[in-house]
Structures are given as structure tokens and as C-alpha cells.
Design a protein around this ligand. Structure first.
Ligand SMILES: Cc1cc2nc3c(=O)[nH]c(=O)nc-3n(C[C@H](O)[C@H](O)[C@H](O)COP(=O)(O)O)c2cc1C
Length: 185
């Protein structure tokens, strides 16, 4: 049996400082993990990107390729966006794919791939009216958005604990959802 490929897509939100924890959690579930960072998240890791490539065994991508350039990653079987920042959530909900990260997931879910997203932002950010609209729009496309008891509950401003991001919940959702066998386009 071939190992299934998971694109782990991380934004510039607190837990991305420890994105290696997320990679290891997915690898422990048997996934071949390809890591995609937003440009802001890649900036956080810029001195240590080679560590992440060594951990995954793949290039860490954060930029769209140029026209005519070949794919450097294997095809994805599923995508997990975690942590999803408030900014990327709202861009994604509005159909703006100005980063590779958002381009992959906005197309991926509409090609029938299992796409799970777990946010990480505070209650003040969560109160913006755009957040509820974006979550509704993503769910209407089939994105499994993990909030409340099933995912991440927003923290009080200045009271986040990014190291304690619940990777286990994200992994059980992607494992369950990807087993449901939605045929890709
Ligand atoms: C140190 C630092 C921590 C941040 N933490 C968060 C966070 O936990 N959640 C969030 O939504 N935004 C956070 N931000 C703001 C985002 O990085 C910012 O909105 C950025 O534009 C997100 O871009 P991206 O979604 O393309 O990665 C943080 C910014 C900085 C500088």
C-alpha cells in the first residue's frame, strides 16, 4: 500500500512556531507530509527551513511556481490547514488566493479533496463579522472547519498557548474525513 500524502498548510499564527509538532503528529498517523507555509509563516522559519525539509523529506513551499515550472511535491490525497490565521480565513472565504497556501486549498476542496481547517486566533479577532461569514462560506464548499468542542476555541487576547495547539483533534478529523473516500475530480 502506498503512503497517502497530506499537505499540511500553516499560516503565520502562534502554533506555527512549533509546526514541527504538527508534522510529527501527521507522520505518526501514517501520512507522507508535505509542508506548505504562507509567505509570512515562511519568514518566521526562514533560518530553519532546511530542518523542516529534512523532517518531511520534501521541499517546503511557500510561493507559487512560475509558469511552466514542474511540480516539486507529490499530488495531495488530503489537506489540513492548521493553524489557520484570521487573515487567511477571511481571504479564503472571500475567494482571494494570493498565496500558494490559499490557492491549493481553495481549488483542492472544489476538486473533491478532503480539506480540514483548524483556526488559531483570539476572541477579539473572532468577533469581526467577516469571521462568521467566512466560516459559513467555507463550510458550504465542504471544508471541515474545526472550532468549538471539535477544534480550537478562541482564547482571550494575550492568553493564547500556541504550544498546546490541539493537533490530536486536527489529526482525528483529517483521518476520519479522508477515509470517507470522496472521489477527486
Ligand atoms: C508574532 C505574531 C503572532 C501572530 N499570531 C497570530 C495568531 O495567532 N493568529 C492570527 O490569526 N494572526 C496572528 N498574527 C497576525 C498574522 O501573522 C497576520 O495577520 C498575517 O498577515 C497572516 O498572514 P498569513 O495568513 O498569510 O500567514 C501574528 C502576528 C505576529 C507578528
Amino acid at each position: 500500500m502506498t503512503t497517502r500524502v497530506l499537505y499540511l498548510i500553516a499560516c503565520a499564527a502562534g502554533p506555527t512556531q512549533y509546526i514541527d509538532d504538527g508534522v510529527r503528529a501527521a507522520q505518526s498517523s501514517g501520512w507522507d507530509v508535505c509542508l506548505v507555509l504562507t509567505p509570512s509563516a515562511a519568514h518566521w522559519w526562514q533560518e530553519r527551513l532546511t530542518e523542516l525539509s529534512a523532517l518531511t523529506g520534501h521541499a517546503v513551499r511557500s510561493q507559487y511556481k512560475r509558469p511552466g515550472e514542474g511540480d516539486s511535491l507529490p499530488k495531495a490525497d488530503a489537506m489540513l490547514v492548521a493553524p489557520l490565521s484570521c487573515t487567511s480565513l477571511n481571504k479564503w472565504g472571500a475567494g482571494i488566493a494570493d498565496t500558494l497556501a490559499l490557492g491549493l486549498v481553495s481549488e483542492g476542496v472544489n476538486m473533491g479533496l478532503p480539506v480540514v481547517a483548524m483556526p488559531y486566533f483570539n476572541q477579539a479577532q473572532a468577533r469581526q463579522p467577516a469571521v462568521a461569514r467566512s466560516v459559513t462560506d467555507l463550510r458550504s464548499q465542504g471544508v471541515i472547519y474545526l472550532d468549538g468542542a471539535y477544534g480550537y476555541r478562541s482564547h482571550r487576547p494575550k492568553h493564547g498557548d500556541p504550544k498546546a495547539f490541539p493537533w490530536g483533534k486536527a489529526m482525528s478529523a483529517i483521518n476520519t474525513h479522508s477515509r470517507q473516500g470522496i472521489p477527486p475530480l
